[in-house]
Design a protein around this ligand. Sequence first.
Ligand SMILES: [Zn+2]
Length: 202
Amino acid sequence: MRNCFPVVLLCSAAIAGCANDSGAPSVTLEETPLTPVKTAVPTASESETSSDRGAEMQEEVRTEYNKLTEFEEYVLVGKGTERAFVGEYTDNEEAGTYVCRRCNAPLYRSDQKFHSSCGWPSFDDEIEDAVTKHVDLDGFRTEIVCSHCGGHLGHVFEGEGFTQKNVRHCVNSVSMVFIPKGEKVPPTIRLAKDADSDAQGE
Ligand SMILES: [Zn+2]
C-alpha cells in the first residue's frame, strides 16, 4: 500500500481532469457563472439616527416634577437667589443646552451664553417661548420664570451693553441642568393632572 501511494499521486496527476479511481465519469465542474451576488447593499441613511437634530420638545407625563433639594426648592419655588460666583454653570463654556431643573424644558443654548462677570450665568437670548418675563415682586426688576412649570430662573436686565442684543438673563445655576451637546435632552415633564384637564377640555 505504501508504494502505491506515490503512484496514485502520480496517476492522479497524470489523469487529472479525466477520470477518478473508480472509473466513474469524471465530475464535470460546472462552470459557475460569476454572477454578481447582491451583498450588503448600503441601506438607511445615517442621518436618520442622528439624535442631535431637531431639539423639538418631547414631553413625558408624570405625576410630579423632578425631585428638588431643599436649596433648589428655595430658588425655583421660593424665588430665592444663589450667591454670586458659586453656581456650577457661571463659567461653563461647553456647547450644549440648559434645561429647567424642575421640568426639563429647554431654556437656553450655549451660544446664547456670555461672560458678564456678574457672578451668575448670563444669556442674551432664550430658546423661543421658553422663558416668561414679568415684573418682580419688588416692583422694579423683571423676573424670569420657566414658561412650562413657572420655576424661578432669575432676572432679566436690558440696556447694559454687554452684547449686541443688549439683554442679560441673569440665571441661577441651580435652576438649570446643563446637557452637553450630543447627549439626549430629557423629555419635558408634563404633570398628569394638567394632561387630564387638557383631555377633558377637548
Ligand atoms: Zn420648568
